[in-house]
Design a protein around this ligand. Structure first.
Ligand SMILES: Nc1ncnc2c1ncn2[C@@H]1O[C@H](COP(=O)(O)OP(=O)(O)OP(=O)(O)O)[C@@H](O)[C@H]1O
Length: 655
């Protein structure tokens, strides 16, 4: 929500009331850009805007019939002022209530009261349609709004005639052009501290339900399961791939796509999303950093919004070649200190992201250096300049590349709308309801637990006199992730393939089970051809080189290596640059400590010995044995390695 006005002619407009507040009128307008709530009360006017981009979905519901024994004195009585709603096709409808309820779900930017900056909060707007004396007529009005909102969210044309004619019916057919294929969700139950299942079930699924995003969930059974899955299945039955886990399973998915002969079609047609549940989560953070979303307050919420909005954004990949294989990397190639920390801290996986901090201290005490040679191809046209905004008061010069000026695609081109059709509604009512997502939960059962508190925060409505108790809107528990109706909650049409209680895999569709396999050099990879000489050939003469002892050589093509590691502050998702950081031997422990501490804010680049070089390709030849070389945090063969940027090769989901 913000102060900008909603431009353009309204698609729909309507007047609503809050029954408990006499002399208060809400004029609600839906336009191409958003929902405008104009509150008029005692001569003053206040406008709130909810951007279309912040709205994830909406639903039409009807009030639920009360159980026969419900009364104020009965222990199980439904509390007064507690509206219960059900799906319009439910057999539990309250026939006495002729109102139709439109629930609009949004995640709006709000000022963060605790820390500076912003955060996203869930907001539910409930519009109650009851100006007609028949439920069907009220529901028809609500459905018109629902259709218009959903078309605007998806940037699709609103079917002609629906809004212009009072007699026109919104039918299931009216929504047919909004139907989408499902998403494929690959969930690693062993990611990070092992909470991926719970996070998905409790925090992601309710948001997907609000957006009516259908998915097929597959829970991985072993390492390389996700890789084999995307490599062998007919993935075009889905419209995108969502990884619930860390950067390791994302690495598997990306490389699985390049094991396909039809890799070009796969990477073009299937955008990839990530819900961060690992210990590093560098990509999830980098995506939100690139689009300026407030990630840290609620990483899962922001990442789920990216999946729901599914704005296809190009991202560079890097083709990496070792002695025994070539592979595709989205995050980093490393040798030395940071790779040692990454690999050796694996044993502390259970403590999540803290493992990196703990192991950094250990490696700092037992500091190692490595001998080798580094060649690189600097980015053409890059000058040594003062760094951009990321560190205030920075005095040292750092090499960096001029911004490419890549402009994100405009996904909201103007579309055609039918003229506004003010309905005859008069006695409709509105409820605007914020719920801060502490911890990110948005299941309605959780809201029920804090019902009394919530009630005091929202408008308390009086009984409207038509047999409906109005008040804080609450979805029926069936819609909740924590519902007892199902162990796993799914949106309509979604399917789950998860580990059964006995540990067996409940594969249903999509072919047989996937057996574990060991990846080795015999794995056949496809992808764009390399422009570099083979590893066995000398590098071109015009490349630069450094030879000697190193503390680390670490390359990244994302801003963040982990959610708390701003490694390359100037990096963009698709800037065509590998950001190569070199620290040579000779740096003191205190400077190295300063470097490590600065990684969370990007101030590590203030350490004089940390040299950041923007390149398009590099080759590394270690001479010292016994270290680790990592690609996206995964250990690869220790030995010569080379990497080259492949601009815009993948598509990721962003807001
Ligand atoms: N069912 C499974 N059992 C064991 N390991 C698995 C399973 N599924 C995937 N894996 C492996 O787990 C590894 C780590 O997964 P993931 O990246 O999701 O978490 P993480 O390593 O904690 O996070 P990050 O990579 O962000 O640090 C991956 O390399 C993947 O091969």
């Amino acid at each position: 929500m913000d102060d900008v006005s909603v431009h353009g002619a309204p698609v729909l407009e309507e007047t609503f009331y809050i029954l408990s507040k006499k002399n208060t009128v809400y004029r609600v307008k839906l336009t191409e850009k958003g929902l405008s709530l104009q509150k008029e009360s005692n001569g003053s006017t206040k406008i709130e805007i909810i951007r279309i981009n912040d709205i994830v979905g909406c639903r039409c519901l009807r009030s639920k019939r009360r159980s026969a024994g419900s009364c104020a004195c009965h222990p199980n009585a439904i509390r007064r002022n507690n509206l219960r709603v059900v799906d319009e096709n439910s057999s539990e409808q309250d026939e006495k209530d002729i109102s139709a309820y439109l629930y609009i779900y949004a995640y709006v930017l709000k000022k963060n009261r605790v820390k500076s900056g912003q955060k996203r909060e869930r907001m539910t707007i409930t519009l109650r349609f009851r100006s007609f004396d028949k439920y069907d007529d009220n529901m028809r009005e609500a459905q018109k709004w629902r259709l218009a909102v959903k078309c605007l969210i998806k940037n699709k044309a609103i079917p002609r005639g629906i809004l212009t004619s009072e007699d026109s019916q919104v039918t299931a057919q009216s929504f047919s052009h909004l139907e989408e294929r499902k998403l494929l969700v690959l969930l690693n139950p062993k990611s990070g501290p092992g909470k991926a299942r719970e996070i998905f079930q409790q925090r992601v699924v309710p948001m997907l339900a609000e957006a009516e995003v259908c998915f097929d969930l597959h829970v991985t059974k072993h390492a390389n399961y996700a890789r084999d899955f995307v490599c062998t299945k007919n993935i075009y039955q889905w419209r995108g791939l969502v990884v619930v886990g860390g950067d390791g399973i994302m690495f598997e998915v990306i490389n699985g796509l390049f094991e396909r002969e039809d890799w070009q079609k796969a990477v073009k047609e299937l955008p990839i999303g990530v819900i961060p549940c690992g210990s590093g989560n560098g990509l999830a953070k980098a995506i939100s950093y690139a689009v300026g979303e407030p990630y840290d307050q609620n990483p899962v919420l922001i990442s789920t919004l990216s999946v729901i909005k599914c704005r296809c954004t190009p991202m560079d990949l890097v083709r990496v070649e070792t002695k025994s294989q070539f592979l595709f990397s989205f995050l980093s190639v490393g040798w030395g200190l940071l790779s040692d920390i990454d690999i050796e801290s694996e044993r502390l996986r259970a403590i999540g992201g803290q493992r990196f901090t703990v192991w950094s201290v250990a490696r700092l005490i037992g500091l190692r250096t490595y001998r080798g040679r580094l060649w690189y191809l600097p980015v053409a046209g890059c000058k040594v300049q003062s760094p951009q905004n990321y560190v205030s008061g920075l005095t040292r010069s750092v090499s960096h590349c001029a911004e490419t000026g890549n402009k994100p695609p405009d996904i909201f081109p103007p579309s055609s709308y039918t003229p506004v059709h003010p309905s005859r509604s008069y006695h409709d009512s509105i409820d605007v309801h914020y719920r801060p997502l502490q911890g990110g939960y948005c299941d309605e059962d959780a809201a029920t637990d804090s019902l009394s508190l919530e009630n005091s925060l929202v408008h308390t409505l009086e009984d409207s006199g038509d047999g409906v108790e109005s008040g804080r809107p609450r979805l029926d528990s069936y819609y909740s992730a924590a519902s007892r109706h199902s162990a796993y909650f799914s949106t309509a049409g979604s399917e789950y393939r998860s580990l059964a209680d006995n540990g067996s895999y409940m594969g249903v569709q999509g072919g047989g089970d996937i057996q574990p396999r060991r990846l080795n050099s015999s794995v056949r990879m496809y992808g764009p051809p390399s422009q570099l000489p083979a590893l066995t050939q000398p590098v071109p003469d015009h490349w630069s080189s450094i030879e000697g002892d190193f503390v680390l050589v670490h390359a990244s093509y994302q801003s963040h290596l982990g959610s708390d590691c701003l490694f390359a502050p100037n990096s963009k998702l698709a800037d065509g640059v590998i950001w190569l950081l070199v620290i040579r031997a000779g740096i003191s422990r205190s400077q190295l400590l300063q470097f490590l501490l600065g990684l969370s804010s990007g101030t590590h680049l203030l350490v004089p010995q940390a040299e950041m070089i923007p390149v398009t390709a590099f080759r590394l030849e270690p001479e010292t044995s016994g270290g680790h070389i990592t690609v996206d945090g995964e250990a690869v063969d220790y030995g010569p390695i080379q990497a080259e940027i492949m601009p815009n090769l993948a598509n990721i989901m962003s807001m």
